[in-house]
Design a binder for this molecule. Sequence first.
Ligand SMILES: [Zn+2]
Length: 410
Amino acid sequence: MTDLLYLSHPLLLDFPAEVTETFPLPGGRFGALLRATAFYPTGGGQEHDTGFIGAAAVLDVYKDDAGRIVHVLDRDLAPGTYAARLDRDRRLRAMQHHTAQHLLSAVLLRLFDLESVSANINGYTPSTVDLAVEDVPAETLRRAEEEVNRVIFENRPVKTYSVDEAGVAALPLRKPPKVSGQIRIVEIEGYDYTPCGGTHCPATGSIGLLKIVRTERINRKLRLHFVAGLQALDVFRALHESARAAADLLSARPEDLPALTQKLLDQVASLRAELEARAGERLANETRALLAEAEAVGGLRLVTRLYAGRPPAELRALAGKLLAAEKTVAVLASFDGGKLSLVVSAAPDSGVEARGLLNRLLVPIGGRGGGDARLAQGGGPGSEMQARLLFEQTRRELLAVQGAGGEVSV
Ligand SMILES: [Zn+2]
């Protein structure tokens, strides 16, 4: 069996590794077994270490079904002794978060009777602790953070030792051991006793700082996302820099950002309301102007207008307004250089069906469209000259339908 150096020497980052055996693995990789190892294998919610054994990169470390610690290498090594080194940053971050997790779970249980059901340790993204409740007041989490950081600043020793079953029974363990026989205990001196096989800081001061950054409800459990140590510095830096940049844009202080942002949002909302009101006014003015220029065709008022490149949505808005004017029929067109867009409106008392009229106007230009008896819209290939011919066609149709004394049929 491999001697597990990381259990008693979590700060051992360089060591002479004696490779006793290697074997091929899928993907051109190789598994190596060592006489003794400082590389932690994935387990207990903590990810494996990485590093080098001689020139071979250690990509993964796991305990296989036979209980062997397998070091996954990017190349084969002959049996022998090599200088091995762990990724120092990765190990330090894992230790900080793992110890921080013990402390956070201990505080939540001691102060608030909140039990941790599982945990996941990450050095580069927030670590998590799952609680067996759906919600916890923000004030509780705030107080827990304060207590955790108080114990961090006390710099209490973190001790590891083995006890037998009688020893286990004598300790105030936070959770029962998952295995029997000799049990490895991690003790935050006088504060927390937990069975664990991971790597931890030698004293709480090495955690540096703990901050809960997010909560998330998952399957009737509450997941706390927290950062500690080097990652807490990463997070603080990123937040500080983005807050600073946003504040500079507004010539403000970062602490004034929430109030200032609210003020800006209020201003945007009021400007938008003003713009909409003005757009409504413009539309009403334009409608009045069009009606003033309407021509009398028999007993009806006909509004025709050709625009250059005006969006069909605007034509529709205008036509919608014209619909309210009595005995009024409107044919509004817009030519964008290739396509002719048409919107037809027919007041309820005009005796004209907008869709039927539009369909007949679309025939000469081979266009398509749709709508109902009051408002219809369509278009097709055409020209400005064709638009004027369609206005003329409309005049003739209106005169014809009034002469016949009936409604235009679809
Ligand atoms: Zn642990």
